[in-house]
Design a protein around this ligand. Structure first.
Ligand code: NAP
Length: 282
């Protein structure tokens, strides 16, 4: 499954919508990116996100805070961005640091600006099928499945991983599409036996090649959201591809879709806040 190609198309469409909003209102959609400390991977992720914003005609405002920032200082920054009419979306780069109460920080983001889909409010709305922003990686996974017309109703989807930003919301979105969902995690017994039953596998763990091709049911659809050092996913691609009907590569599968959804949701947020939602901006 070609995440790079689909992400390119989503970003193109997003750029078109961003340009239309700017033409109508004179305002460019704006994403505030908040980074605590200088973790090299986080710095790279934020740089990539800002570069994509620029390509899509989205302004990005970088707020770099020192590693010594307290939870109170971080929440104050996020609250003031939430009140800033010039900012339409807010991204707090995870991880914010071991001394930070990340949940408290995320909750300081106003739901209407939570374009990364990390607040309890966003998760609840998504789980109830109400309007709101989805967590970006699960949102990207669903777009990939739809792009390849993967039938989900009545199918057994096995999600390996249950983090708040990835595994758990991915399972909720699959459930909303009438899949029969099984969650697996670090305490799951006989993971292989459960994965072997799956019509759709979503790997969201962060353990290189945890899932072997032998565990893939012939004809299954395999989404590998894992990303491990050396461009290695959670699924052993070479063995799994011989059995899977469809499979995402690492890199070039889920990763590019995550950023594409972030940009699309930033433009959605701007459109709602600037009052162009519901009009034909396409
Ligand atoms: P996380 O918060 O560390 O969660 C990992 C999950 O995997 C946990 O639920 C954990 O179970 C489970 N797990 C750990 N070892 C396991 C095992 N041996 N068998 C079964 N389950 C196991 O990680 P995350 O933030 O969700 O990220 C997961 C992976 O996705 C990472 O590789 C990350 O780099 C990647 N990722 C990619 C993107 C993207 O854009 N492509 C975005 C986000 C994350 P417990 O809950 O029991 O601890």
């Amino acid at each position: 499954m070609d995440g790079t190609g689909l992400a390119r198309r989503v970003v193109e469409e997003t750029a078109h919508r961003a340009a239309e909003i700017t033409r109508r209102t004179g305002v460019r959609p704006c994403l505030a990116t908040v980074l605590v400390g200088e973790d090299p991977a986080s710095v790279t992720y934020v740089r990539m996100k800002r570069a994509r914003c620029a390509k899509a005609g989205i302004e990005s405002r970088q707020i770099s805070l020192p590693a010594t920032t307290t939870t109170a200082e971080l929440t104050e920054t996020l609250r003031s961005l939430s009140l800033d009419a010039g900012v339409h979306g807010i991204l707090l780069q995870h991880p914010a640091g071991p001394h930070i109460d990340e949940r408290a920080a995320f909750e300081a983001i106003a739901p209407e600006k939570d374009v990364d889909g990390v607040t309890i409010s966003s998760f609840g709305a998504m789980s109830f099928g109400l309007p709101g922003f989805t967590s970006c990686t699960p949102g990207g996974i669903m777009r990939l499945l739809d792009e390849y017309d993967v039938e989900l109703a009545g199918r057994h989807a096995v999600v390996v991983g249950r983090s708040a930003i990835l595994g758990k919301p991915a399972g909720m979105l699959l459930l909303a599409r009438d899949a029969t969902v099984t969650y697996c995690h670090s305490r799951t017994r006989d993971l292989s036996a459960i994965v072997r039953e799956a019509d759709v596998v979503v790997a969201a763990v962060g353990r290189p090649r945890l899932i072997n091709g032998e565990d893939i049911k012939p004809g299954a659809v395999v989404i590998d959201a894992g990303y491990n050092p050396g461009n290695v996913g959670d699924v052993d691609f070479d063995t799994a591809r011989t059995r899977a009907r469809l499979i995402t590569p690492v890199p070039g599968g889920v990763g590019p879709m995550t950023i594409a959804v972030l940009l699309a949701q930033t433009v959605d947020a701007a459109s709602r806040q600037l009052g162009t939602a519901g009009e034909n901006t396409g």
